[in-house]
Design a protein around this ligand. Structure first.
Ligand SMILES: [Zn+2]
Length: 308
């Protein structure tokens, strides 16, 4: 009895507890002027917890095996995701914010609201751009070339959370974050959105057996994201939300079912195994015949592989 209660609590509470812990550490840092240090501590702490949880309670044991892509995944995370995020953020602060000062929009941000309400508003606004960028990346073949790098992973684990091509990362940022600066949101709000997105991203990709219930209709969860990575495109071209599922529900792309998502994930086209190969691959045949699309109507298949 006690044992099944503990298991139930672990299945349903681990995800919210880890997210709350990471956000609390970040909040403490922001409140005391150590936001960068606190965020990095929370990020690394969350990674350490997920590393242990994946080994103790894996969703799919085969995904624990080394796929030879760990170094490449980390290179994408550091060079394409984290560094670009910081550079674009700095550019936005000194660029877009400057431009915004001269527009009608500037000053409309409701800075007098309760902070969590401001963060929620910011997450919804940013999600509109993230949803659009992600859906475009699946339905517009030009962008799919770059997004295919992320989907070429043959397994889902917190380690490949940041496996994104530079073009994919920049597209997402440019379509989502300027709205905050245009509206005159303070830098704290930007920090909250960035931290929440980073934590939910890692939690979404983790290979840990968990349950989510009604949360599957509010936030992006590992269950929803496993459907998103499915080779079956009836599931795979769904669940585009990065943090929130509001736009998937509004536009009919939300997919949640009680059956276990397939562990057959990945893509049909070959993908180079090296970091540099993955960076240059999307440009090959860009103006020629090569068709790397995954748009509506394309068929999923069994031949996806890395290293071909
Ligand atoms: Zn995707």
């Amino acid at each position: 009895m006690i044992r099944s209660l503990v298991r139930f609590a672990r299945l349903y509470l681990l995800w919210p507890l880890l997210l709350c812990a990471a956000l609390t550490i970040t909040w403490t840092g922001i409140a005391h002027g150590y936001s960068f240090l606190a965020f990095n501590l929370a990020y690394l702490g969350l990674a350490a917890c997920l590393f242990l949880a994946e080994r103790r309670w894996p969703y799919e044991r085969a995904w624990l095996e080394n796929d030879g892509q760990i170094g490449v995944d980390l290179a994408h995370t550091v060079l394409n995701k984290s560094a670009v995020q910081v550079l674009v953020a700095v550019g936005a602060v000194f660029g877009v914010a400057e431009v915004a000062r001269g527009t009608e929009l500037h000053g409309v941000w409701p800075g007098e609201w309760w902070l969590p309400a401001q963060v929620l508003l910011a997450l919804v606004l940013v999600e509109a751009g993230l949803y659009a960028a992600h859906r475009l990346a699946h339905e517009w073949r030009f962008l799919w070339r770059f997004h295919a790098v992320h989907h070429s992973a043959p397994r889902l684990t917190f380690i490949n959370t940041g496996r994104f091509h530079l073009v994919d990362t920049v597209t997402s940022i440019l379509l989502s974050q300027p709205i905050l600066f245009l509206a005159g949101a303070p830098i704290e709000i930007f920090k909250w959105v960035s931290a929440t997105t980073a934590f939910i991203g890692m939690l979404t990709h983790c290979n840990v057996e968990m349950r989510f219930g009604f949360l599957n209709y509010i936030v992006n969860t590992p269950v929803l994201h496993r459907f998103h990575h499915s080779r079956d495109l009836k599931e795979g071209n769904r669940n585009y939300g990065e943090n929130l599922m509001i736009f998937d529900l509004l536009f009919g792309t939300h997919h949640y079912a009680r059956y276990r998502p397939s562990v057959r994930i990945g893509i049909d086209e070959p993908m180079p195994a090296s970091f540099l190969g993955q960076m240059t691959h999307p440009f090959r045949g860009l103006f020629g015949e090569r068709d790397g699309g995954r748009g509506k109507g394309a068929s999923g298949g069994p031949a996806g592989r890395i290293g071909a």
